[in-house]
Design a protein around this ligand. Sequence first.
Ligand SMILES: CC(C)(COP(=O)(O)OP(=O)(O)OC[C@H]1O[C@@H](n2cnc3c(N)ncnc32)[C@H](O)[C@@H]1OP(=O)(O)O)[C@@H](O)C(=O)NCCC(=O)NCCSC(=O)CCS(=O)O
Ligand SMILES: Cc1cc2nc3c(=O)[nH]c(=O)nc-3n(C[C@H](O)[C@H](O)[C@H](O)COP(=O)(O)OP(=O)(O)OC[C@H]3O[C@@H](n4cnc5c(N)ncnc54)[C@H](O)[C@@H]3O)c2cc1C
Length: 407
Amino acid sequence: MPIKLTPEQARLRGLAREVAEGSIRARAAETDRTEAYPWENLREMTRAGLIGHTIPKAYGGAGGSFLDAVLIVEEMARVCGVSGRIAVEANMGAISAVMQYGTEEQKQLAARIVLAGDKPAICITEPGAGSAATEMTTSAVRHGNTYVLNGRKHWITGAGVSKLHLVFARVFDEAGQEQGIGGFIIARDVPGVPETPGFRIGRREPTMGLRGIPESEVILEDAEVPASMALRPPGGWRRGFAELMDAYNSQRVGAGTVALGIAQGAYELALDHAGAREQFGRPIAEFQGLQWMLADMSIQLNAARLSLHDAAASADPFPDPLLAAQAKVLASEMAIRVTNDALQVFGARGYSRDLPLERMVRDARMFTIGGGTAQILRTQIASRILGRKFPQGRDGYRGEALRPAAE
Ligand SMILES: CC(C)(COP(=O)(O)OP(=O)(O)OC[C@H]1O[C@@H](n2cnc3c(N)ncnc32)[C@H](O)[C@@H]1OP(=O)(O)O)[C@@H](O)C(=O)NCCC(=O)NCCSC(=O)CCS(=O)O
Ligand SMILES: Cc1cc2nc3c(=O)[nH]c(=O)nc-3n(C[C@H](O)[C@H](O)[C@H](O)COP(=O)(O)OP(=O)(O)OC[C@H]3O[C@@H](n4cnc5c(N)ncnc54)[C@H](O)[C@@H]3O)c2cc1C
């Protein structure tokens, strides 16, 4: 463990490991095979206080930090990537945005839903706006006391099982004037909260890995959302996207930590196997070719963990954008290499679906894509270290490149 944990953090990590090793590890293969959402894992994490752990005490949570959340996430992902992702979204991303920027009513509602055992969904990406998220076309038009939402999101993690949704949309006033980008809170299947007609779940993607959690479309067709459920960051709609993405940096750290946990789990299996499997009359761990592979895995895991912890600990109130992007690139690329090398240490057995290595390779693959691709994050990193904006549109450089980057 690279940074010194407080006794409470060490206890939290121990509790998370106990829950993970309890039955979550045993269910991981079944979750992958059946592609069914692991409700029982969610219930167990909820009972242990690991869901909504970062929600302030005043709203019923534990008031935990993002570093606490990272400790929980790594332990879950070490045995089950899907459960790691559940732990991320139940403590970071959308829930943290609502708890930081929301009105009293919004915070009460979001805390109640998540603490009852929900992994919220964050709905940003659209078919025409992936990396170019600011090009989203989902609209929220003000009509009296409601906003009417129209648009289509896709690749939404948890769509169809999540109850709390934070939908990013372009905001228009009653006169049709664009105001900026904001978040809209939509609850689904929550006792006492009316459903939102026009809000529906579309096609589920047949994904490569992390199959126990749906990645689906969220479709908005004249969906009426009360104006009281519009999440307007303190800088107003004009700064809405930037401030919501600032909150989203917590989830980038979380996503990197899932990658770390999956890779750590694969590495531990490879270490054990290298000591146990014999060829040429001796354990394969005695061959330098494998020793150096294992050594490189340990170096990369340690570097990624340090970087993620540093990013999580920088939160004020959200992780620093540069540290979050650096940590996510490092951890996501590391996890692809480490899970593949761990599989290699197992030889043919690693390639069999009887063992978890092939699942870990598939599960690790998403993290250079979801949450901002490795390419996009490198551009963001470059922008921050060089102190320059690097607009990606064809017309972007007319004057823009001379403007200093945001703090
Ligand atoms: C930001 C991008 C969409 C690029 O779009 P633009 O070039 O149009 O925007 P910018 O001028 O770069 O940014 C606008 C504004 O926002 C500020 N900003 C942007 N990102 C951040 C951030 N991470 N933290 C803080 N502030 C941010 C930026 O500084 C600008 O403000 P100023 O005008 O300078 O003051 C693109 O780079 C991008 O991030 N694309 C990736 C989109 C993404 O991450 N989607 C995630 C969807 S959810 C998901 O995938 C879940 C998966 S998971 O594993 O949980
Ligand atoms: C498993 C998974 C879960 C996800 N969960 C969510 C979720 O819960 N909520 C949500 O809103 N979204 C989610 N996403 C969507 C994710 O955020 C997007 O996939 C991601 O932002 C990239 O968008 P895209 O897939 O449209 O790729 P594109 O933007 O089409 O990019 C295609 C390729 O071009 C590269 N590229 C694009 N622009 C540039 C550039 N300017 N410079 C260099 N390279 C560039 C990219 O790096 C990539 O390699 C998820 C995705 C996955 C895979």
